[in-house]
Design a protein around this ligand. Structure first.
Ligand SMILES: Nc1nc2c(ncn2[C@@H]2O[C@H](COP(=O)(O)OP(=O)(O)OP(=O)(O)O)[C@@H](O)[C@H]2O)c(=O)[nH]1
Ligand SMILES: [Mg+2]
Length: 298
C-alpha cells in the first residue's frame, strides 16, 4: 500500500481509499440540494495537507466557511500564513481551539453573513428560508463532530481521538435556525503530494496501519528537528537526531525506561510514546505544513 523512496519521504504514494469514503462522497452529493452552506474543517497544524483535495468537485459552488481547528496546538505564525493564503483566494476562514475556547457567536455571525445573499434572493421571490442547513465536512479526526457538539451545546455527536469515529451522515438540529449534517471523514483516492501522507499520519488523520509507524515516527522527529529543535531538546533532551534513527530511538528509549526483559530497547514502546506526545497535544505550537513546500511563491 505504500511505496517509499530510499531517501526522504517525498515519493510516497498511498492508495488508501476505503469504500466507505466513496460512499460518503456519494451520499453528500445526493444530499447537496438540501445543503445551504458548507463548514470545511481543516487542522490548523496542517492547513494544506488536511484540506480535501477534490472538495470543489463534491460541493460545487456552495457558500463555505473554512474552520481551522486545533488552533491551540499549532504554530500560530506559520498557520497565519495559511490563513492569509486562503483569504486571498476568497475563503472565509476562522481559526479556533474548538475544544476549549469555542466561540459560537463568531461562527454563527459569519454563517449569517454568508447566508444573507441567499436569504435576500429568496425573500425577493416571496419565499422565506426558515432554517440554515450546513454540511460539516473534512478529513478524519479534524474535529467535525466536536464542532457540532460545541454548536449545539450538548454532546449530540460521537467524538474520539482517532480517525473513523463518525460512520454515517447524520442531520442534527442545533437550534430553530440551524441544522447540521455531520459526516464521516473523507480523503481523496490518491495521496501523493510530497509530504502530505506523512503529515496526515503524523497528526492522526489517517489510520495507523496505513504507513509504517516506524517511518512516521522518524518523519515526526526529523520534522521537529528541522523546524522546532527546541522541542527535541526540551521533550526528549536531545541535541540532535542521529543520521541512523535507531540510535535516537534507543536514546529516547533508555531515558524513558522502554526496556524489555534483558535490557533490550522496546522500540514499539518508544514509537508509541512519540506518537502519543503528538496525539495527546503534549507537543504543541507545531505546524507541519510549510508554505514553501507546497506553494510556489515569488
Ligand atoms: N486540542 C484540541 N483538540 C481538538 C480540537 N477539536 C477537536 N479536538 C479533538 O480531536 C479529536 C477528534 O475530534 P472529532 O470531533 O471526533 O473529529 P471528527 O472530525 O468528527 O472525526 P471522525 O468522525 O473520526 O472523522 C477529539 O479527541 C477532540 O477532542 C481543538 O480545537 N483543539
Ligand atoms: Mg466525527
Amino acid at each position: 500500500m505504500s511505496e517509499n523512496s530510499d531517501k526522504g519521504f517525498n515519493k510516497t504514494v498511498i492508495n488508501w481509499y476505503p469504500g466507505h469514503m466513496a460512499k460518503t462522497k456519494r451520499l453528500i452529493k445526493e444530499n447537496l440540494d438540501q445543503i445551504d452552506l458548507v463548514y470545511e474543517v481543516v487542522d490548523a497544524r496542517i492547513p494544506y495537507s488536511s484540506k480535501i483535495k477534490d472538495l470543489d468537485e463534491i460541493i460545487k459552488n456552495k457558500p463555505r466557511i473554512m474552520i481551522m481547528t486545533k488552533y491551540d496546538l499549532c504554530d500560530k505564525a506559520e498557520t497565519k500564513k495559511w490563513i492569509n493564503y486562503y483569504e486571498k483566494q476568497g475563503y472565509q476562514v476562522i481559526a479556533m481551539d474548538i475544544e476549549h475556547q469555542f466561540s459560537k457567536k463568531q461562527l454563527l455571525n459569519m454563517t449569517e453573513l454568508q447566508m444573507k445573499e441567499k436569504k435576500e434572493k429568496l425573500k425577493a421571490k416571496g419565499m422565506m428560508k426558515k432554517r440554515t442547513k450546513a454540511l460539516v465536512v473534512g478529513i478524519p479526526n479534524v474535529g467535525k463532530s466536536t464542532l457540532i457538539n460545541r454548536l449545539s451545546g450538548k454532546n449530540v455527536a460521537g467524538t474520539g481521538n482517532r480517525p473513523g469515529i463518525t460512520k454515517n451522515l447524520n442531520w442534527i438540529r442545533i437550534s430553530e435556525e440551524v441544522e447540521l449534517l455531520d459526516s464521516p471523514g473523507i480523503l481523496w483516492p490518491k495521496i501523493d503530494i510530497g509530504n502530505v501522507a506523512y503529515n496526515l499520519a503524523s497528526l492522526t488523520a489517517i489510520k495507523e496501519e496505513i504507513l509504517p509507524l516506524f517511518d512516521v515516527t522518524e518523519y515526526i522527529l526529523r520534522t521537529l528537528e528541522k523546524y522546532y529543535p527546541n522541542i527535541i531538546k526540551e521533550r526528549y533532551n536531545l541535541d540532535q537526531i542521529s543520521e541512523d534513527i535507531i540510535e535516537t530511538l534507543e536514546e529516547i528509549g533508555k531515558k524513558r525506561g522502554c526496556l524489555m526483559r534483558g535490557g533490550e530497547i522496546d522500540y514499539d514502546k518508544v514509537i508509541t510514546i512519540i506518537m502519543n506526545d503528538i496525539k495527546s497535544g503534549i507537543i504543541k505550537n507545531i505546524t507541519f505544513d510549510r508554505m514553501e513546500d507546497f506553494i510556489e511563491t515569488e
